[in-house]
Design a protein around this ligand. Sequence first.
Ligand SMILES: C[S@@+](CC[C@H](N)C(=O)[O-])C[C@H]1O[C@@H](n2cnc3c(N)ncnc32)[C@H](O)[C@@H]1O
Length: 243
Amino acid sequence: MEVKQSPTSSTDYDTIAERYAAEIDVRPWNALYERPTTMALLPDVAGRDVLDAGCGAGWYSEQLAGRGARVIAIDRSARRVAITKKRLAGRMRVIEADVTDLREVFADMFFDVILCSLVLHYITDLTAAFSECARVLRREGVLVFSTHHPFDAEGFDAKPRGRDGYLHAEVIEEEWEWLGTMRYWRRPLRDITEPLNHAGFSIERVCEPDPAEALRIADPKGYARLERVPAFLFVRARKTRWD
Ligand SMILES: C[S@@+](CC[C@H](N)C(=O)[O-])C[C@H]1O[C@@H](n2cnc3c(N)ncnc32)[C@H](O)[C@@H]1O
């Protein structure tokens, strides 16, 4: 798999941290599409050790704690860590860390469940990310993630995609009216599933949800787009191989 320079240098999550935190919990695509689907893929987390990997503004960490999990939240952005710490007010550890290298942070087999929502498309080296997830998960541990769909609904209708063809990963750069310039990977499915498998995971569920009726009311244009092309890919995988 071709791995280019990290595309994340201009998706500056420190700079956009406050704007993101102010809006993310009420944005229809997140509140009515991404979050319900991701939450539905989680196993019972009560009494389990759960990592929120790439916690952003901390919504998932809060939900997981509300379901009785022992949660640790990490994010690569110092500003986002600060925002999540404030939100959660001492209820859990929130650590500045990179999911592609957690060796200094967590011992092997520390967690039962990892949740990684809308993070992987900002990461160049998915082999490293999935390998670290496998390392810190216990045997039969579960990884739930959402990521931009290979067909990339956000820009699918607006711009030509896949200049070198669907099978070639590429960095997309676009202007989001609420956040500014964003850069992320659009990848074919195999560039997600192969490193996942290589790290020792077996896929249990893959979801491409229909948009909910509530989204049609809250965001008719977004609903229409999601009826044509999914925005995100949702996966539950289990660590089934280890040395
Ligand atoms: C779109 S936000 C998603 C936040 C949260 N999971 C949610 O769904 O609301 C992406 C987050 O991933 C974080 N991130 C990106 N690359 C990361 C990495 N390698 N390790 C840890 N966090 C990362 C960013 O700082 C940002 O907070």
